[in-house]
Design a protein around this ligand. Structure first.
Ligand code: SF4
Ligand code: SF4
Length: 368
């Protein structure tokens, strides 16, 4: 276990007196040292989640514009990016993903790039030699870009308890193969009811692991877990096996975030928006009532510190009646456990700290 040194997490509350919230955001970016990870004339990727089609709780493009302007003022060259998703939906390939981003309001005059290519196969391996993975499969863009600013919508998550900075970088910078490796211990399978035997998956499978015998069949021994077939199938017949141990899932997330942090040492910054804190992630095609009132925005160079601080601020808020919370309405109650009793959300943070990704101990500095 590494020694806890504590990290600085900067906080702009939504409460305003003399300074408006947009101005407060500028003060937060300035005061938290965001400029330190940006280089003059360098390409800076803002790692976002543009929201699935139908979702309404992703970060408002107005706020993203503010980050973009701050970076431009410092002389760097920002763009927005994400990667293709593992499941079939409105962001499974680069074209659909960009179209969804624009439909969701992200046509803000800043280029949008999908960082793992048209079908999610532009990737490179990085050695990490950790418990779950010896190497991680990371989207190509991470290797080329100057700096990355992870702008994350902080909300709850079915498998990890919460999704913030660590998950945004881990899942969002992984290749399709990496995403599959984190989500599943085994290969995808075909739901025969939904398969129309179109052969698309078979044509795109790089390992010749799919045969059509009236319906598509995945050869589990041959499959390399790249996830391409999931993206190619138009009927959603290829499914992920979600039956993995949840602590293993959290360890895998932490290890993938560690891989990106190693690649971008001193060039990675985290901003968490604690607004619209919904019970589900933005991959869902709809958004439920937020579990607590809006809180504000955090910024830090430590993904563990910023996620721990985000969880603490949420648990110290009063729960929204009428939300999916069952009992944890009081200040100081564990909202994440209340929503997902089987998920030990703190385990992921403890493991992230153990592998040296950051510190759960932090000091919160309020920016006005
Ligand atoms: S792409 Fe989908 S529908 Fe077509 S054969 Fe494969 S599993 Fe069946
Ligand atoms: S995950 Fe990749 S290797 Fe496995 S069946 Fe699908 S396309 Fe083929």
């Amino acid at each position: 276990m590494k020694e806890r040194k504590g990290s600085k997490v900067y906080f702009a509350s939504l409460k305003v007196k003399d300074t408006g919230f947009l101005e407060k955001l500028d003060n937060l970016f300035e005061g938290s040292g965001l400029s330190m990870v940006l280089g003059e004339n360098k390409l800076v990727g803002l790692k976002l989640h543009f929201g699935e089609k139908g979702n309404t709780s992703y970060i408002r493009p107005l706020f993203i514009k503010r980050v973009v302007h701050f970076i431009e003022k410092g002389g760097a060259n920002p763009f927005l990016f994400d990667t293709t998703t593992l499941y079939s939906g409105s962001r499974a390939n680069a074209v659909d993903h960009i179209r969804t981003a624009i439909d969701n309001g992200f046509g803000i005059g800043c280029p949008i790039i999908i960082g793992d290519g048209l079908f999610g196969d532009r990737k490179q391996e990085v050695k990490i030699n950790l418990k779950q993975f010896k190497q991680a499969s990371i989207a190509q863009i991470v290797f080329s870009v100057g700096s990355i600013v992870a702008v994350s919508h902080f909300k709850c998550h079915l498998l990890a308890g919460f999704g913030g900075a660590i998950k945004n970088i881990a899942m969002g910078c992984a290749s399709k193969q990496g995403k599959l490796m984190m989500h599943s211990t085994v290969s995808p399978y075909v739901d025969e009811e939904e398969c129309v035997a179109c052969e698309l998956c078979m044509l795109y499978c790089p390992a010749d692991a799919i045969a059509i015998d009236e319906k598509a069949v995945v050869d589990q021994k041959q499959c390399i877990g790249c996830g391409s077939c999931i993206a190619m199938c138009n009927t959603g017949a290829i499914k992920i096996q979600w039956d993995i141990n949840l602590c293993i899932f959290q360890e895998r997330l932490a290890e993938y975030c560690y891989a990106v942090a190693q690649l971008k040492k001193g060039k990675l910054f985290y901003i968490n928006f604690l607004l619209n804190i919904t019970p589900d992630c933005d991959c869902f095609g709809k958004s439920d009532t937020p579990i607590v009132p809006d809180i504000g925005v955090l910024a830090s160079q430590d993904p563990v510190g910023i996620d721990q601080a985000s969880c603490d601020l949420i648990n110290n808020s009063i729960g929204n009646e009428g939300s999916r919370l069952r009992k944890a309405f009081g200040k100081g109650t564990d909202k994440f456990r209340d929503l997902f009793p089987k998920v030990n959300w703190e385990y992921g943070l403890a493991y992230a700290e153990q592998i040296g990704l950051g510190s759960r101990a932090y000091t919160l500095e309020e920016i006005t």
